[in-house]
Design a protein around this ligand. Structure first.
Ligand SMILES: Nc1nc2c(c(=O)[nH]1)N[C@H]1C(S)=C(S)[C@@H](COP(=O)(O)OP(=O)(O)OC[C@H]3O[C@@H](n4cnc5c(=O)[nH]c(N)nc54)[C@H](O)[C@@H]3O)O[C@H]1N2
Ligand SMILES: Nc1nc2c(c(=O)[nH]1)N[C@H]1C(S)=C(S)[C@@H](COP(=O)(O)OP(=O)(O)OC[C@H]3O[C@@H](n4cnc5c(=O)[nH]c(N)nc54)[C@H](O)[C@@H]3O)O[C@H]1N2
Ligand code: SF4
Ligand SMILES: [Mo]
Length: 695
């Protein structure tokens, strides 16, 4: 018997619609759903790996307990009792802050987790809450909170209508977009050019996105803040500032002008590596375009000036009247509008981490502080950790140190589907059902999408009888840890989802979504300001004091960027279409072919160091050293080297049979937990200072 199933891929942010064919209950093909109005049949190679994850013999289906004899399968009641007792005994002995939580990226790709892990986090009553948010996106939240009053009110590029798209530090052709849900991004970018518009990419690497752009400029890592300041300086100097409809409710334009005045293109040319004339032209082209949008992602967020960059990107869009305008950057009107219920309040720096005094953000502490909070004795030291959907050993700065810290914990639990680099340190692993076994609705990514859409995906397969749904795990833990005496009863997420849809701006229901398996198109993004602003008085403060003050750090950059050190190269990251952070390397079909875990270096640099293509080189930093093969390439800027993150699987005890054969090395054994965006607390991976030597 053959059957067709429609659902959204939940692996990355693009929300591609899938058509899955089954014969007698077995998947025979996974293709793009041509009738999905948003993704229009587009998929990437990772979609097919959903089948591999479902069938992966290494994927855990029952709770596991680590014993001196190795991992032992245990029952759910036994595991849940052990977890609750383990957490409570640490809380009683050392206080609530001794129990920490780290939540990783797939948390927001799972409906049950997205809806239920916040209550679980709250039930811990701990200040030691951490997540991958502080590895990649705090600058976006910070800028949106400062300018618009809500950390999730993030402007999205109107890619389908813009005439000029400036991409700084993003490579959507490889990543399929981020903080911008944009399936089939290649066609959407090419459509800009077809209608006479332009795509410009600023990146220290000539990326896959740069390849299809009209203009690409190499930029020295971390220097983007200078480029943005100079572009804004040009707008003022050449009288191109025109806020259009935004003028009525924007304050602080004069302060921005003053703050940028010294940063002429000539002043920043050497530090950025971009000629002054090119910077001036870019600013003028941006201002002259019928519509334009500047978008910046991981390359400008995971760096020392992340907060400043995301602020100035918004400023550029605002000063040219391109915010809240068709073809510029617009806000979504999602079918489940959880932002609408939010309010304006202080969200950052309400408290600080114990050891280094790093600022809280959105109720969490920066993950760059996690290891030291475990390793430094004293009141409030972390003694127990729960990881959920995360692999911080490979994904956070100085993973080697974190691993040492994990090994010394009194108690650790991982809610995860694999025994990997992180979860191998756990005492108990709780594996939820995942992927094709779970129903899905992208609560988060509909909020970040370039078009308003809504889609519900029912589960394709029954979860295995040994597995539990994620919502069952989080709800039971929250229930028991908060001391609720009532008997526990799990609630599937659908009921709440239905309420969210009904009370949302379109008054939809779950039933309607089920009746439309390809998804519903709810129209293009539309202007909504000043109504949607959360800042009291519904105005935009363009020059928030904290951000203007943070500009003081930029002068150091002008000097430091030219400094000669023991670590002369600047290391940046790289994403490949077939990777997904650290955790999909166990799918053989994604791994075959050329080794992707290489260090790219410009031929000029390689010649100077007498290094050959393919030779294994040693890369060292203040923090550690790794070895990997060299890839000599003109696609990387001289003085800069690049390698992917998420590799480094050759650690003892990792139970990933395929991934271990393609182990690679971890970039985060080099990145420094002391180098971060001091304003937002975001890790600064870009531009890590390293030395490269022959093996
Ligand atoms: N140097 C450097 N470091 C980086 C980055 C970089 O560009 N450069 N990027 C950063 C970014 S953007 C991010 S988002 C972070 C990601 O950081 P993390 O979220 O910590 O890492 P992931 O590799 O996404 O790990 C996901 C984990 O979730 C598990 N998992 C998968 N599906 C499920 C599920 O359904 N349920 C549960 N419970 N677990 C599941 C996987 O087995 C894996 O252990 O890494 C950051 N680290
Ligand atoms: N295939 C694949 N897709 C993914 C992921 C994945 O691991 N693999 N991860 C997902 C996640 S969690 C995220 S957050 C998104 C990220 O989505 P993107 O931000 O689009 O991803 P990256 O490819 O890391 O792009 C960052 C770019 O910044 C450049 N860069 C580095 N340093 C600097 C700098 O200082 N200045 C400038 N201007 N550029 C710099 C890099 O060369 C790189 O091209 O991708 C998501 N999608
Ligand atoms: S682009 Fe992202 S959402 Fe689309 S198929 Fe690939 S992994 Fe899935
Ligand atoms: Mo991310």
């Amino acid at each position: 018997m053959s059957q067709l199933h429609y659902r959204n891929c939940n692996l990355c942010e693009a929300m591609c619609g899938l058509e899955i064919k089954l014969e007698n209950g077995q998947i025979t093909s996974i293709a793009g759903d041509k009738n999905d109005p948003f993704s229009r049949g587009h998929i990437c190679p990772k979609a097919v790996a959903l089948k591999d994850i479902y069938e992966d013999p290494n994927r855990l289906k029952t709770p596991m307990k680590r014993t001196p004899q190795g991992w032992q399968a245990i029952s759910w009641p036994e595991a849940m009792d052990a977890v609750v007792e383990g957490i409570q005994s640490i809380q009683q002995k050392y206080g609530n802050n001794a129990v920490a939580l780290y939540q990783g990226n797939p948390s927001i790709h799972n409906l049950g987790t997205t809806m239920n892990s916040p209550a679980f986090a709250k039930s811990l009553r701990s200040k030691n809450l951490y997540s991958a948010t502080s590895t990649d996106q705090l600058p976006h939240h910070y800028a949106s909170w400062q300018l618009f009053g809500h950390p999730l009110l993030i402007p999205i590029p109107d890619i389908d209508h813009t005439q000029f798209m400036l991409i700084i530090g993003g490579n959507p052709i490889a990543s399929n977009g981020s903080m911008m849900t944009v399936p089939d991004v290649a066609h959407r970018l090419k459509a800009i050019q077809k209608r006479g518009g332009k795509v410009v990419v600023i990146d220290p690497r000539y990326t896959e996105t740069a390849e299809i752009a009209d203009v690409h400029h190499f930029i020295k890592p971390n220097a983007d803040v200078l480029l943005l300041l100079a572009m804004i300086q040009v707008l003022f100097a050449e009288q191109k500032v025109n806020l259009k409809q935004l003028a009525d409710f924007t304050d602080g334009v004069a302060e921005v002008q003053e703050a940028c005045a010294a940063y002429t293109p000539e002043h920043v040319a050497t530090a950025t590596g971009i000629p002054a004339e090119a910077i001036r032209q870019l600013a003028l082209d941006f201002a002259a375009a019928e519509s334009a949008v500047c978008y910046g992602r991981v390359g400008v967020s995971t760096q020392v000036y992340g907060g400043l960059c995301q602020w100035l990107i918004n400023v550029l869009n605002i000063l040219t009247g391109n915010l809240d305008r068709v073809g510029g950057a617009l806000f979504t009107k999602p079918a489940v509008d959880f932002i609408a219920r939010g309010k304006y309040e202080q969200r950052f720096a309400r408290w600080h981490s114990r050891v280094r005094g790093l600022p809280e953000a959105l109720g969490e502490l920066p993950v760059a502080a996690l290891a030291e909070e475990m390793l430094t004795p004293g009141e409030g030291q972390i003694r127990a950790l729960i990881t959920s959907c995360g692999n911080p050993v490979l994904s956070t700065p100085n993973g080697t140190q974190l691993e040492k810290a994990l090994a010394g914990l009194d108690f650790m639990v991982s809610i995860d589907i694999y025994v990997n680099e992180t979860s191998r340190h756990a005492h108990i692993i709780l594996p939820p059902a995942t992927g094709l076994e779970v129903p899905h609705y992208d609560l988060t990514f509909h909020v970040l999408a370039v078009r308003n859409t809504a889609k519900y995906s029912p589960a394709l397969f029954e979860k295995s009888p040994d597995a539990r749904h994620d919502y069952e795990i989080y709800q039971e833990l929250a229930h028991r840890l908060s001391g609720n005496p009532e008997p526990f009863q799990a609630e599937p997420p659908e009921e709440k989802l239905n309420l969210g849809l009904m009370f949302g701006p379109y008054g939809l229901s779950l039933e309607q979504l089920i009746a439309n398996p390809h998804g519903l198109d709810l129209g293009p993004l539309e202007p909504c300001l000043p109504q949607r602003l959360f800042i009291p008085g519904k105005r935009i403060p363009l020059a928030p004091a904290d951000l203007v003050k943070d500009l003081q750090r930029v002068e150091a950059l002008l000097n430091d960027i030219q400094a000669v050190t023991d670590f002369p190269f600047l290391l940046i990251g790289r994403r490949h279409l077939r990777d997904n952070n650290s955790w999909m390397h166990n799918a053989e079909r994604l791994m075959r072919g050329r080794n992707r875990c290489t260090l790219q270096m410009h031929p000029q640099d390689a010649a100077q160091l007498h290094l050959q293509d393919h030779q294994v080189v040693k890369v060292s930093s203040r923090v550690g050293e790794i070895e990997l093969p060299l890839e000599v390439s003109t696609s990387i800027m001289p003085g800069v080297v690049s390698m992917p993150h998420g590799y480094g699987h050759a650690r003892q005890g990792v139970q990933l049979d395929v991934a271990k054969q393609y182990a690679g090395a971890s970039i985060n054994d080099l990145t420094d937990e002391y180098v971060l965006d001091e304003l937002t607390g975001n890790s600064a991976f870009s531009g890590a200072k390293v030395r490269v030597t022959s093996h």
